[in-house]
Design a protein around this ligand. Sequence first.
Ligand code: G6P
Length: 607
Amino acid sequence: MCWIFAYVGETDSREKLVNGLKMLEYRGYDSAWMVGLTNSSEVFIEKAVGRVSALATKVASKSEDTKLYTTGIAHTRWATHGGVTEANTHPHVSTNERFYIVHNGIIENYKEIKASLESDHTFYSQTDTEVVAKLIESLYDGNLKSTMEKVAAKLVGAYSLAVIDRENPGTIVGIKLWSPLIVGEATDGIYISSDVNALAALAESYTILEDHEMIVIEDKKYSIFLAGEQVERASQEVEEGQKIDELWNFTSYTEKEIFDIPSVLENVWSGRINFETKEIKNETLDALAELDIDRICIISSGSSYYAGDIGGYFFRKFAGIPCQAIISSEFLADTFIPEKKTLYVFLSQSGETADVRESMKIVKAKGCMTFGIVNVVGSTIARMADYGLYSHAGVEVWVASTKNVIAQVWVLLMVAVALGKSRDMQISDVRDLIAELSELPDKISETLMQGPHIKKLAKKYSNYDDMFVLGRNYFYPVAGEASLKCKELSYIHCEAYSAGELKHGPLALVSPKFPTMVFNPMGKFYSKTVSNVQEVAAREGPILWFISKNDTHNELYTDTIELSETSELLSVFTGLVSSYLFALYLAEALWRDVDKPRNLAKSVTVE
Ligand code: G6P
């Protein structure tokens, strides 16, 4: 899976391509490459296995090459097919070495196309992208635009593609279907990118291409076409919030994003909730409350799945609506029974995750109601949804999703209360809940201030190879998300279970070398969970408790992390935040690359 970036302008493209790739690197960082063209068709090619910084070093080492490569394309790769090797890190080029392409997505029918081209072309890789480069050569009719129309007609799958033609420097043609493609305008030239964030620091305005559209950049201008006809579309100005922020004094973006959470909450509830009048006010929420729905189905992946699962408890409790959270790849694998009175909710930070996008396509094809909760403005899933609310978490740069999960959970809670209000939830209960929630930023700030204590505990627990995380009710998915964060950041084997389920098998693993983390704030399930954990203590399993501040059963505990005061609901948020700090410090204690955990990518646009 590759993320693409391209530039045409007056000046040398190489540094711009490196900078663009650095901004896209969070989406994949296994390898990177670039091709530059001068106005007299000289070619510059560089590639590197590993981080974009390795490519940057190689490019910088060629500073004696002072030619102006004013047209360039580049990509950063997250390996899907083929290992992370020099051989698999190459620019994809036609046999006549005239057309170079970058591609994000999957060409599903590449084997058939390859078979039809094999008599005239020798293939150097197993990739679908190389097949497209050869197809362009074979269909070339003297005009790259009309050729790409013919190419697009042959491709099945998801793609965003940018092509340069060695015999026409200064021209780039791009096409897209399902995968994102954005064009940015700047004083120094025109850019193409897989996301807005990568453009935000370089371009002044941008335009998001729709499916089946084509972009043609030539003569220092760009035009968008649909089915051969030019499309007029006003560009949007890049906003400050779309730019990737500085790291300031934080040691990683992951840490910074966790510490951003109190301010993120203000963005999330702005224009949606009024703490003075204790009212939820929002057009989309009002529209949702009017819908005739009797069931909710939440479809998402990774951290967004756990946020959705927490949301399920909210819908059942506050709105009295049956709700099921489903992992999107499992939704795709299962039989879909469309229900007209079900609201299908799609959660995605990036708005581009293929499993979620493909699930949404299936639901939409059956005419069912879709609602998207997405962070990246203008992303595919956001644009496909019938109804939508942005999670407004700001740019989330590196792999582990943190502040966006908090924002998603918050939005789900608001939707649940808005639906509850239009059903059986008492207005006085709504007002009490809003009053309670107004304390959240302070509670999260208190949690963040526990950083040094959590760091000390993380150091101690970093000595273990395995861990359980337990929770009940809301805290079961909170435990799931905590365990995902520990795994992805620290690489410690960590499994989440419902507290009541441990005794049904997993307890067999508990020993003095196998600790258990437990979310157990004061509330309805407190005593039951204590009993479950006593089963762990009886087997001498070390226990790290996440408890309420006023929990008086001190004699039970060895290691503790305090959540907020008594509220179970606020403890969902503070529980997540404290688990994020714990996972971060666990990873730091083990000297992991926190922002770029091995094998992972921020946004996965393949199924
Ligand atoms: C990837 C990331 C996860 C993320 C998941 C879903 O696997 O590594 O951190 O939770 O995708 O992403 P989404 O953008 O759909 O929320």
